[in-house]
Write a protein that binds this ligand. Sequence first.
Ligand SMILES: Nc1ncnc2c1ncn2[C@@H]1O[C@H](COP(=O)(O)OP(=O)(O)OP(=O)(O)O)[C@@H](O)[C@H]1O
Ligand SMILES: [Mg+2]
Length: 249
Amino acid sequence: MIEIKGLVAGYGGLDILRGVDLSVERGGITCVVGPNGAGKSTVLKTISGVLRPKAGSVTIDGTDLAGQDPDVILRAGVAQVPQRNGLFAKLTVRQNVLMGAYVIRKRRRHLEERYDALAQTFPILASRPGVPAGALSGGQRRMVEFARALMLEPKVVLLDEPTLGLDPASLTVIGDSVRAMTDAGTTILMVEQNVRFGLSLATQATVLTAGTVALHGPAGAIAAHPHMMELFFGGARPGEAHSAEAGAR
Ligand SMILES: Nc1ncnc2c1ncn2[C@@H]1O[C@H](COP(=O)(O)OP(=O)(O)OP(=O)(O)O)[C@@H](O)[C@H]1O
Ligand SMILES: [Mg+2]
């Protein structure tokens, strides 16, 4: 579904991603994990077009869309739920969700049908449509953000840290919602700081450290990988060790 090769991207003159390869299989849940500052959000921002890569390709459903504007990528079927709360606090649940369709000019009737369909998965759309988003709990806000991303019936949804700041009780709801999205045929690429949660939900996983891919494979194998602890809590990072060796030669 998404094939990333040799992705280099950063801010100003600084490269954060230093040649990242990543593949996202259709219909699956791919989870990117890694220490703070590894570049996880940068990967998602580069895919969604918020950030222009310096090198590399981002092939979405067969077309290289690296460096295209965010609205082109959205129209190609990739919707992003950013790491920080992206709802308008003063607008209602309904207004926020309908805003997900701003990029297209569909008939109002169609948007309302889509809204009602999404309410099957996210009951808050039906139970509290007129409540301002700012009055919701963190878990409820996530549901509204997911629904907003799904308004355009995307092929892929990018989720950045869906459980960040939520209480443990909300994890189940988030997990169920992510599975419901894949059951409906949507492919998921997520970044997650709760490694245990992310890997238990995912089919495939990638471990990113310091802007390079340290491990990639089936989520279960990554969770059980002997290097996982070292990668997260210091010690030798394969990417760094590798470049240090290369430099010594
Ligand atoms: N807009 C920006 N301008 C400059 N530097 C940035 C910007 N956004 C991120 N960075 C830097 O890029 C690096 C990678 O950031 P990124 O947000 O991709 O990390 P992350 O893996 O998502 O981390 P976290 O777990 O904290 O969300 C960090 O060192 C960060 O300070
Ligand atoms: Mg991040």
